[in-house]
Design a binder for this molecule. Structure first.
Ligand code: P1T
Length: 385
């Protein structure tokens, strides 16, 4: 079936006892057994829960995967994946990732002997050069957060396969509506479900999808052993959100393309990062790899008359009215933020400077409002900044 149909139905069947069309929220933390170890597939809700299993089946179907797992947050999913590593192992990670992903690698795993090299994969041959005998994982986002670089998953997967190193793709920004990394050769897909999959800014969650049975068993063990599981209520909320994933992503992508083109011609804007623009460094890869260009844009605001870029960025972000100045992304409402001060403050200043995450960089998550109202809001905010 096509993704639009899977988004509405995958993993879900009318309840056999009542006919309820929506899956029940099974809040029970424990399940009665006929005798010790004799049960109906559920023992205790950390190790498995019917509402969570329904969500996991749905996410697996969307990513074209054999297995799905869901978590209490995107970083809960990341923590679990990274626990497959051992002291002495080395990770090669894309140079532009969510600040929290950078932080967990550098501040939480490096002290336990797992080292990470950050590499710009926009030239895939750089991956080959970064791999050592100790490299046990390659991690990337595409498009990247927040500078919207696009990496060629198929080209990078060819290299990881030759070295037998698992490739993890954080598919949060693109969603399976736009690209399905497993079909391009990735081994593990992860998501911050908080974003497009839930889509309504009212759940924090994470997910993993993969095909390999042995790796699935390992991650399932770690999920239960480490404990970062989502509540059944949140699983229900995400299942409901996913039903409109394709509609929301299509609308956001269409509006984002129009806004990116408008921003590129705006006198207050120095540079726009959007994979759908011909000026984007990896536009040709994006055209090949992505069904749509997504709802995320970042751009560089020019300094004000006094030459102060940060002051102008702060003023601009205080002046928006339809957009909310807030962290996160992928919800029905449009959000706008300052990565250097907000989502990527945990990335060291020199690395931020290298990546262009500077005083002028502003990140936009385009929602499903009317594009004219979004453009007018940005225009009035520019005019008053
Ligand atoms: O916030 P959480 O659900 O734990 O997910 C972390 C995460 C992982 N991967 C990507 C690409 C992300 O964007 C995030 C979270 N990002 C934000 C909160 C943000 O505003 O960028």
């Amino acid at each position: 079936m096509k993704l639009d149909t899977l988004a509405v139905h995958a993993g879900q069947h009318p309840d056999p006892t009542s006919g309820a069309v929506m899956p029940p929220i099974v809040l029970s933390s424990t399940f009665a057994q006929d005798g010790p170890g004799v049960h109906k597939g559920y023992e205790y809700s950390r190790s498995g829960n019917p509402t969570r299993n329904t969500l996991e089946a749905c996410i697996a179907a969307l990513e074209g995967a054999a297995h799905g797992l869901s978590f209490s947050s995107g970083l809960g999913a990341t923590t679990t994946i990274l626990h497959t590593l051992r002291p002495g192992d080395h990770v090669v990670c894309g140079d532009d990732v969510y600040g929290g992903t950078f932080r967990i690698l550098k501040r939480c795993f490096e002290p336990f002997g797992v080292k990470t090299s950050f590499v710009d994969f926009s030239d895939p041959s750089r991956l080959e050069k970064a791999i050592t005998a100790e490299t046990k994982m390659v991690w990337l986002e595409t498009p990247t957060n927040p500078t919207l670089k696009v990496f060629d998953i198929a080209a990078l997967a060819k290299i990881t396969k030759a070295h037998k190193i698992p490739l993890v793709v954080d598919n949060t920004f693109a969603t399976p509506v736009i690209q399905r990394p497993l079909e391009l050769g990735a081994d593990i897909v992860m998501h911050s479900v908080t974003k497009y999959l839930n889509g309504h800014s009212d759940v924090v969650g994470g997910a993993i999808a993969l095909n390999d049975d042995a790796l699935h068993e390992k991650l399932r063990f770690l999920q239960n052993a480490l404990g970062p599981i989502p509540s059944p209520f949140d699983c229900f909320m995400v299942l409901r959100g996913i039903k409109t994933l394709h509609l929301r992503v299509e609308r956001a992508s269409r509006s984002a393309l129009a806004l990116a083109q408008w921003l590129e011609a705006h006198p207050a804007v120095a540079k726009v990062h959007y994979p759908g623009l011909a000026s984007h460094g990896q536009h040709e890869v994006a055209k090949r790899q992505m069904a749509l260009f997504g709802g995320m844009i970042s751009f560089v605001i020019k300094p004000g008359a006094d030459g102060d870029t940060l002051a102008r960025a702060r003023k601009f972000l205080s002046n928006v009215q339809v957009f909310a100045c807030a962290e996160s992304l992928g919800g029905v409402e449009s959000l706008i933020e300052h990565p250097a001060l907000m989502t990527h403050a945990s990335v060291p200043a020199e690395q931020r400077a290298e990546l262009g995450i500077d005083d002028g960089l502003i990140r936009v998550s385009v929602g499903v409002e009317h594009v004219d109202d979004l453009r007018d809001d940005l225009e009035q905010a520019f005019a008053r900044s």
